[in-house]
Design a binder for this molecule. Structure first.
Ligand SMILES: Cc1ncc(COP(=O)(O)O)c(C=O)c1O
Length: 550
């Protein structure tokens, strides 16, 4: 396709080139850089014990050009839906090399996967295992299953924990011990185990401890319960910045540490018994993408400045699925960039003061008719004017496909993929309406029992001033740097302890789950998350009922 001399380099396309793409394809638009995807895969491989297999988790971004690039680099694919299966096949993955995982798989998708030639599945529960077996048996084949294990993690880790507590993910160890006869399920062969205890682990020591713990658990389950172990999928949890500036972590010690643990507990691993595998989404594609949006209106409301953009949580919902917004971080595509040959789209409007360079505190709002459509609060940006372009960095993972695309029916942004100087793909997702065909056969299996996922609310001691034990443990777990300062101090800076936008969401979700509260949007400001005392004030006020919904 077309070429552009600025589309080059490890740092991704330069701002003038991105501006030209916005002019050519319209705003808003996503720009992905394949060079960054290749670099990320090489970095991950360098950090992992060898030999090992890498699965790319399509949930991070199923864009066919990214999936195909990772396949060319030798990564396999982990899929969790019919859509992701189709994207992986379209990208050229052989079905037999794919891994199908995720809770609540239904018969129709299992039938489709097996018909396509898939044979490797991660089973999340006995019910899931039985459904996989029934689908395979019906087609006269055997499904190779790894059992996803819900084990307690290593102590004191950071990141969003997905197992080790009541969960829809994986087999509880007690359950496995008690009912292991149910593993002999027609149509299945147990070939190993799958762990994915946490995601986005920012601290390398914590990540090593977590993965090492999974190796030890797998070795123990093989010995004690006789569970076969030909494939050990250790998951991942490899971190990447999200919608804020920054670099992927470099894991310098992981390879040696994990190699030693594998040698000790699973000595056959170097000869492929078991094959050791890892999964990653955000680390592989997170820093490859940026979203460019245009300021359409700037207004002052009761002392606050709002810049309204042509893109909001419909295109960068991020973790809007969690019901909460991220304080994202945008940077202007500086009109003073060398090579900017279209300054007329960025100069002050007629009669406006030329104070564009002066920073101002501004709320970045999207175009949706909901007060929830806020991309950033209290952002410090040079005075914005209609027509200015903003870029949100590091949104190659959990960007467009994790957003509220259908809400209000704005067109999807163009998605431009560049490789060096070349635009290799320019597409736009479209939501279409198609006739719904009646089902040909009744689907009975979907109501079968699943693992009990009732969430337990941890016991708390609300009387202990200034906060209770659960709160302290939660903060120390999510922000291990706080622990290095001794007992939790009310005035410690949470930002200095590593509370970036993603950790903020994780913290929010955890306090809401722990205390059964919903923090209103009005409290989702930087001050709330400034110190342990500030956050606790909001939590305790909500528990008392003295702060109401937004
Ligand atoms: C089973 C499994 N694999 C892979 C991933 C991808 O995680 P990440 O994008 O953080 O690498 C997830 C994320 O939740 C997951 O649940």
């Amino acid at each position: 396709m077309s070429t552009d001399s600025d589309l080059a380099g490890r740092t991704g396309p330069a701002a003038p080139a991105v501006r030209r793409l916005a002019e050519r394809y319209g705003s808003p638009l996503y720009v992905y850089d394949l060079d960054r995807v290749r670099t990320a895969l090489a970095d991950l491989r360098a950090a992992l014990p060898q030999p090992s297999r890498v699965y790319y988790s399509l949930k991070a971004n199923p864009h066919p050009a990214l999936v195909a690039e990772l396949r060319r680099g030798g990564a396999r694919a982990e899929v969790t839906s019919r859509g992701e299966l189709a994207a992986a096949l379209q990208a050229g993955h052989p079905a037999a090399e794919l891994m199908y995982s995720g809770p609540g798989k239904v018969r129709a998708e299992l039938d489709e996967a097996i018909t396509a030639g898939m044979r490797t599945f991660s089973a999340e529960s006995f019910g899931d295992l039985e459904r996989i077996g029934a689908a395979a048996h019906a087609q006269g084949v055997t499904a190779d299953c790894v059992l996803r294990i819900n084990a307690a993690g290593a102590p004191g880790q950071a990141g969003l924990r997905m197992t080790g507590a009541p969960s829809q993910f994986g087999f509880d160890l007690d359950d496995l011990t008690e009912h292991r006869a149910r593993l002999l399920t027609e149509g299945t062969r147990i070939v190993g185990m799958h762990f994915f205890p946490l995601t986005n682990a920012r601290d390398e020591d914590g990540l090593c401890a977590e993965l090492a713990q999974s190796v030890r658990t797998a070795a123990r389950l093989r010995t004690e319960l006789g569970i076969p172990l030909h494939l050990l999928d250790l998951g991942g949890g490899f971190a990447a910045p999200y919608a804020t500036p920054g670099e992927r972590p470099v894991y310098r010690g992981l390879r040696a540490a994990l190699t030693a643990v594998l040698d000790e507990h699973l000595p056959g691993w170097r000869d492929g018994e078991p094959v050791v595998a890892f999964e990653s989404g955000r680390y592989l594609v997170g820093d490859s993408g940026q979203l460019v949006a245009t300021v359409t209106d700037v207004k002052h409301s009761r002392g606050s400045v709002y810049a309204v953009l042509d893109s909001g949580i419909n295109h960068l919902g991020g973790l809007a699925g969690l019901g909460r917004l991220l304080p994202l971080s945008a940077r202007p595509l500086d009109p003073a960039d060398p090579g900017d040959d279209h300054p007329e789209t960025h100069g002050p409007p007629d009669g406006a003061p030329a104070d564009g360079a002066r920073p101002a505190t501004v709320t970045l709002a999207g175009p949706l008719c909901t007060p929830a459509d806020i991309l950033a609060r209290a952002a410090e940006l040079p005075g914005l004017r209609p027509g200015d372009l903003l870029a949100f960095p590091n949104v190659g993972a959990y960007g467009l496909s994790a957003s509220l695309l259908g809400f209000l029916g704005h067109p999807a942004p163009a998605e431009i993929v560049v490789d060096g100087h070349e635009v290799v793909s320019a597409t736009r997702l479209a939501l279409g309406r198609h006739d719904a065909e009646p089902l040909t056969a009744p689907r009975t299996e979907e109501s079968a029992a699943m693992t009990d996922t009732t969430a337990a609310v941890p016991a708390t001691d609300a009387s202990a001033p200034p906060w209770d034990k659960a709160y302290e443990e939660l903060l120390l777990e999510l922000l291990p740097r706080l622990a290095s300062q001794g007992p939790l101090r009310p005035d410690s800076s949470l930002k200095a302890a590593g509370l970036d936008s993603l950790a903020m969401v994780e913290t929010l979700v955890r306090v809401e789950q722990t205390y059964g509260i919903a923090v209103p949007d009005s409290e989702l400001v930087a001050d709330t998350f400034a110190t342990p005392a500030a956050l606790w004030r909001v939590v305790s006020a909500l528990r008392d009922g003295s702060v109401g919904p937004a």
